[in-house]
Design a protein around this ligand. Structure first.
Ligand SMILES: [Zn+2]
Ligand SMILES: [Zn+2]
Length: 304
């Protein structure tokens, strides 16, 4: 099971009831945060989730509306006496930007580990999260993220018995471990597991123009969180100028990527009555929804 929450849905500046864009995912006792604009802490509290299990923070880019909440969040995590290391992933400049923000949160009881992305695409595996970063097209270097939870094949007892695999190590093999046993043999998960089963996949992208990299990365995603800075189709000129998207463009991406469901986010502060634009959006991609602060979903594995 993977919990996903859109903590905030605002672009550029926070408004009452619309914090700046960030998303949190919870899996197996560990949390992953993507972006951390001003107000993210309050949004987490309002949702009733906690900071303590945040082990990974991914940044799309270093515009203030996506990172200015970080020093406060780090202080809170420090005050909660966190000692586990925190891993941050982001475009080039990550360590420099975070270190600059750290001058106002200098003493923390935990280590920060930096994973700077240097290529157009990069993959990371942390705490069961398979993270794929992909370059998008904004007016500064910017990445989107796909987060996957993979699922091993079913344990096949008959094969385990047939292959004479000691029962004592079944659970370790099931967890994906190769075991060098006392009988001198090596036992691998492939000896007892069926084909890998469908996992869970969430793709997050903001701020960007539509790109082929998004279509590729979001292919078949269970949930696609995509920016929709401008609702009106006519605002395409502005969207191109400021390197953002219209609702309509986001829907086209969702359709092409064949995702199951899309939530729009990162709304322009001037956008009111966004719901009025949704019928047009759903003509392109029927399973499109407006994000709202605190909107969340529990994604379940098939047959879970
Ligand atoms: Zn932004
Ligand atoms: Zn931006």
């Amino acid at each position: 099971m993977l919990d996903v929450c859109l903590l905030g849905t605002g672009g550029m500046m926070p408004l009452p009831h619309r914090f700046l864009t960030s998303a949190m995912m919870r899996y197996n006792g560990s949390n992953l945060l993507i972006d951390c604009g001003e107000g993210t802490q309050v949004a987490v509290k309002e949702k009733g989730w906690t900071f303590k299990p945040i082990d990974v923070v991914c940044f799309t880019h270093y515009h203030a509306d996506h990172i200015s909440g970080l020093p406060g969040l780090l202080l809170t995590m420090g005050n909660a006496e966190r000692t586990n290391p925190l891993t941050m992933i982001g475009p080039r400049g990550l360590e420099r930007v975070v270190s600059a923000l750290r001058t106002i949160a200098p003493e923390l009881p935990f280590e920060i580990r930096f994973l700077e992305i240097t290529e157009p695409e990069a993959d990371f595996e942390l705490n069961g999260f398979y993270i794929h970063a992909f370059k998008v097209n904004h007016n500064v270097l910017c990445y989107g993220y796909t987060v996957e939870i993979r699922r091993a094949g079913r344990f096949q007892v008959d094969r385990a018995v047939e292959n004479g695999i000691p029962q004592k190590i079944w659970s370790r093999l099931q967890k994906g471990e190769t075991v060098f046993w006392e009988d001198g043999r090596a036992y691998t998960p492939a000896m007892v597991l069926g084909p890998a089963r469908k996992g869970l996949k969430v793709t997050y992208c903001t701020d960007t123009r539509p790109t082929e990299s998004i279509v590729r990365a979001a292919e078949g995603a269970d949930l696609f969180l995509c920016e929709g800075m401008y609702a009106e189709k006519e605002k395409i000129v502005k969207a191109k100028q400021y390197k953002h998207m219209t609702f309509h463009e986001a829907a086209e991406l969702a359709k092409r990527a064949g995702v199951k469901e899309m939530w729009l986010t990162h709304f322009s502060p001037s956008l009111l009555r966004a719901e009025e634009y949704m019928p047009g959006v759903r003509e392109v991609f029927p399973n499109a929804f407006l994000g709202r602060d605190g909107k969340s979903v529990e994604l379940l594995f098939e047959e879970e």
